[in-house]
Design a protein around this ligand. Structure first.
Ligand code: IPM
Ligand code: MG
Length: 367
């Protein structure tokens, strides 16, 4: 049997730096655990635009469809702000999500013990926090038609459309219920059924799917109230399922509860392929952070933990994922901190490579 295949798309800004550390981790699993991957690398986002005039070359898209999993760094940067909307770096990422049909975006917000002081919320509100946001990723207002900027009378009108079919809601709801079954068996669905018809349909379909999961305690919340509850008492949640736009906002808010965007991974999953593995793309929640790019300051943990999610969700290697996550936790407990995880004056932060090396050392110690 051939090795599982991975396509690495480092992207822009800090993407290549954090991905270099993930490479060390991948190599470690090959050398020390006998888990070898066929790794290939390609361009996405601004770096792809610079070379090909498009943020995602068709060949790269085709490769992404073939591999067992895609690991992406980050896209975007101020250099590309002037580009036409259709070739902006973000379009490359959105094309990957859409064409691979990655409808379920899993965004865990987990507060690491060693970092609980780092949240802007009180420690007891966030200590031990472990929630999972399931964001619908291939439909809704991000992709709905009609869209555009049109002329109407003597002014322009900007148009986007929120649109959800029953089957689109059904499939992401199922992913969320399945996850809830493996976790705390609690699911909260968020929409705006008070003002949006798509929200009414969302609530109906989620309720219907819920009948097949009687063990899961299902609740519904308007997304604005959900945002408030996330800040007030986040530990009331286990799994949250929501649409594309609300999920974008709520997952950033949830990420910040943990105090450290540099720590949070994500998985975007689609339908199973012929080999039974889901179509999958893994990426850190943080962006390309152009302000610190190229300076060795970036925290590679979110990208490393995204690889851990790949081990868990694409390769059925839960124990190895646990090992990697524990290694990251140990490094934090030992006090290793990149600049984003430091607020004490006068302490020298660990560099991106030092953080990666510390995780490799912790992996060695785990054997
Ligand atoms: C995210 C990002 C993207 C989104 C951008 C980069 C297109 O904010 O993954 O949350 O809006 O989905
Ligand atoms: Mg976002």
């Amino acid at each position: 049997m051939s090795n599982p295949s991975l396509l690495i798309l480092p992207g822009d800004g800090i993407g290549p730096e954090v991905m270099a550390e993930v490479r060390k981790i991948i190599d470690w699993f090959g050398a020390k655990r006998g888990i070898a991957f066929d790794v290939s690398e390609d361009l996405v986002g601004g770096s792809a635009y610079d070379k090909h005039g498009t943020p995602l070359h068709d060949d790269t898209m085709a490769k992404a469809q073939e591999v067992d999993a895609v690991l992406l760094g980050a896209v975007g940067g101020p250099k590309y702000d002037v580009l036409d909307f259709s070739v902006k770096p973000e379009r490359g990422l959105l094309r990957l999500r859409k064409e691979m049909d990655l409808y379920a975006n899993l965004r865990p917000a987990q507060c690491f013990d060693a970092l609980a002081d780092f949240s802007s919320l009180k420690k007891d509100v966030v200590a031990g926090l472990d929630i999972m946001i399931v964001r619908e990723l291939t439909s809704g207002i991000y992709f709905g038609e009609p869209r555009g900027i049109i002329e109407e009378g003597n002014e322009r009108v900007g148009i986007n459309t929120q649109r959800y079919t029953e089957s689109e809601i059904d499939r992401v709801a199922r992913s969320a219920f399945e996850l809830a079954m493996k976790r705390g068996k609690k699911l909260c669905s968020m929409e705006k059924a008070n003002v949006m018809e798509s929200g009414i349909l969302w609530r109906e379909v989620v309720t219907e799917v819920g009948k097949e999961y009687p063990e899961v305690e299902l609740s519904h919340m308007y997304a604005d109230a959900g945002a408030m509850q996330l800040c007030r008492a986040p530990k009331q949640f286990d799994v949250i399922v929501t649409d594309n736009l609300f999920g974008d906002l709520l997952s950033d808010a949830a990420a910040m509860l943990t105090g450290s965007l540099g720590m949070l991974p994500s998985a975007s999953l689609g339908k199973p392929m012929a080999n039974g593995r889901p179509k999958a793309l893994y990426e850190p929640v943080h962006g390309s952070a152009p302000d610190i790019a190229g300076q060795g300051k970036a925290n590679p943990c979110a990208c490393i933990l995204s690889f851990a999610m790949a081990l868990r969700y694409s390769f059925d290697m839960g124990a190895e994922a646990d090992r990697l996550e524990a290694a990251v936790e140990k490094v934090l407990a030992d006090g290793v901190r990149t600049a984003d995880l430091l607020n004490e004056e006068g302490r020298t932060p660990a560099s991106t490579t030092e953080m990666g090396d510390a995780v490799v050392a912790a992996l060695d110690a785990s054997l």
